[in-house]
Design a protein around this ligand. Structure first.
Ligand code: F6P
Length: 536
């Protein structure tokens, strides 16, 4: 990324009202893209034609297209782990050839998908049964990518859910497992242990405790367990039958894994056909990413707008604001996807990054966020680029007026961010309400909205399985493009390791079987306070 040129573009646009850019009557059409039934509007940003041309040049100079093709073709672009990055193969169509080390991996992927579909059918129609009868509840035990993807997607696709009720346990806090299991009947519950490595301490601790819970009522608890993992030896050692184990390979990153076995809970909830539509949506976005020209390429555009706001304008965070209650967990899903992928400090070659890496990503569904943190977004001193998304149609025919109000609120927020409200406007409105003199000015100052705050809006038709697949793949590829331009490896996550190692060390210290010597004074003091003592 040419940081000097970037700085020049920033200097030119920093104090320019975004509204001024709309003196071009074509701006709304020119700075929006309609592709594959999605509409992405980025006209409410301070990007003008020159800056856009510079951003396109940046993508070309970084050879994003070349890296993209390398990813799809199975090159080992995850260089620090020596792995290919082929989550896209999990959603490949029949007949596609994706070669890894000379071998086409698609037939094996399809075979696992067929087994998953068969298993989902058996559970859903009751031919796979628990000790007490048909399976009524499924508990997915996993964390990070082995939790957030299926959890978010199951919630997102509630209108398509006609299978067993799916629950998700991730936290090592026993409260999560206890509260989830309390109302369930072990005899009709299926436990999925979802873990790429099958070593993650949260997941394994929860899995063992869940097995103990199952054993209180069920003679053969392992028969009601399923494993989703790359580690067949460990799933077998846990006692899970091979026919209830669905494997995948190390070329699927945890946060990119919802498309394969890790998506089983979703398949159980919505059925194999809807799950296939979910994959088809992602596949459509893969095709778009590979074929659409840069200027109309949605992942490229999202990434370039993101880089402009964070690396260019210096906005520290970005808010993802789905006006869709069922996408309530999308911000959390995107936090892992974006921050675990692009929260790095060195380039692929190990040199310090010359610019900042990925932004903090956060958000909540609208309209709830409006009554919580939007105050800061409108009038706080930090500028937060907002990424709005909303469906043209909801699913609730009987609540059409709710959906109209939802859309109105979404549009109102981006309009308010763009235009703001001047002191004079605030004053005029207050004087009509009887304020005058000093008090009128004082009150008016509190009611000024600076405006000129950037946002983008993504509109989709309806949140179907297909559309959800499109949206998630769009964000995956956006993260990829940002990572390539920054020159980082978006597919490792070494930053989570140190905490894991230290937590392991701390366990014997907390039980009192190891000494706290060597720990810093603050940690020693905290250990001392937390260590159980004999009660008097
Ligand atoms: O948080 C680190 C991480 O490795 C994530 O990348 C991953 O999604 C999560 O832990 C869970 O890992 P596993 O699926 O191996 O249990």
């Amino acid at each position: 990324m040419d940081l000097e040129q970037l700085a020049q573009h920033v200097a030119r646009s920093k104090d320019r009202p975004i509204m001024d850019l709309f003196s071009d009557p074509n701006r709304a059409a020119d700075f929006s893209v309609h592709a594959d039934c999605l509409l992405f509007d980025y006209s409410k940003t301070n990007i003008d034609r020159d800056t856009r041309a510079f951003l396109f040049d940046t993508a070309r100079a970084a050879d994003v297209a070349g890296r993209r093709d390398a990813m799809f073709e199975g090159e080992r672009i995850n260089e620090t782990e020596g792995r290919a990055v082929l989550h896209t193969a999990l959603r490949a169509a029949y007949g596609t050839v994706v070669k890894l080390d000379g071998e086409n991996i698609v037939p094996a992927v399809r075979a696992t998908r067929d087994r998953m579909a068969e298993f989902a059918r058996a559970v859903r129609k009751g031919s796979f049964r628990g000790q007490g009868g048909a399976i009524t509840d499924v508990v997915n035990i996993g964390i990070g990518g082995s939790d957030l993807g299926p959890l978010m997607a199951v919630r997102a696709l509630t209108p398509y859910s006609d299978g067993p009720c799916c629950h998700f346990v991730s936290n090592i806090d026993g409260a999560h497992l206890a509260d989830t299991l309390a109302p369930l009947n072990p005899e009709t519950t299926l436990i999925i242990v979802a873990s790429k490595t099958f070593t993650t301490v949260e997941t394994m601790t929860n899995a063992h405790s869940a097995r103990d819970w199952m054993a209180t009522k069920v003679k053969d608890p392992a028969a009601q367990f399923v494993a989703l993992s790359t580690a067949a030896d460990r799933t077998a050692a846990f006692g899970i039958p091979a026919e209830q184990t669905f494997g995948f390979e190390d070329w699927v990153g945890g946060r990119y894994s919802v498309w394969g076995p890790i998506g089983l809970a979703l398949g159980l909830s919505i059925g194999a056909d809807n799950f296939a539509d979910f994959l088809a949506g992602a596949r459509a976005m893969d095709d778009h990413f590979r074929k659409a020209p840069l200027e109309r390429n949605l992942p490229m555009l999202l990434a370039l707008v993101g880089l402009w706001h964070h690396q260019g304008m210096g906005y520290a965070t970005r808010a993802v604001l789905p006006y869709e209650q069922r996408l309530g967990r999308l911000p959390a899903y995107l936090q892992q996807l974006e921050m675990e992928s692009n929260g790095k400090r060195v380039t692929m070659s190990g040199d310090a990054l010359e610019t900042v890496s990925g932004p903090v990503v956060w958000g909540e569904p609208g309209t709830n966020g409006q009554h919580a943190f939007f105050q800061l977004i409108h009038q706080g001193t930090a500028v937060v680029p907002c990424e709005f998304m909303v469906a043209k149609h909801g699913h609730e025919a009987g609540y059409a007026h709710h959906h109209r109000l939802l859309i109105g609120n979404c549009l109102a927020q981006s309009e308010a961010l763009l235009k703001g409200r001047t002191f004079e406007e605030a004053r005029a409105s207050l004087s009509g309400k009887g304020f005058e003199g000093e008090e009128l000015d004082r009150q008016a100052r509190h009611r000024v909205f600076p405006g000129n705050r950037p946002s983008t809006t993504l509109i989709y038709d309806q949140l179907t399985p297909f559309v959800l697949g499109q949206l998630l793949a769009l964000y995956e590829h956006r993260v990829f493009v940002e990572g390539v331009i920054l020159g980082i490896n978006s597919f490792d996550q070494w930053g989570v390791e140190l905490g894991k190692e230290l937590a392991k060390d701390l366990d014997p210290i907390l039980t009192g079987s190891a000494s706290a010597e060597g720990k810093d004074p603050s940690t020693q003091m905290l250990i001392n306070h937390l260590r159980p003592r004999a009660r008097k």
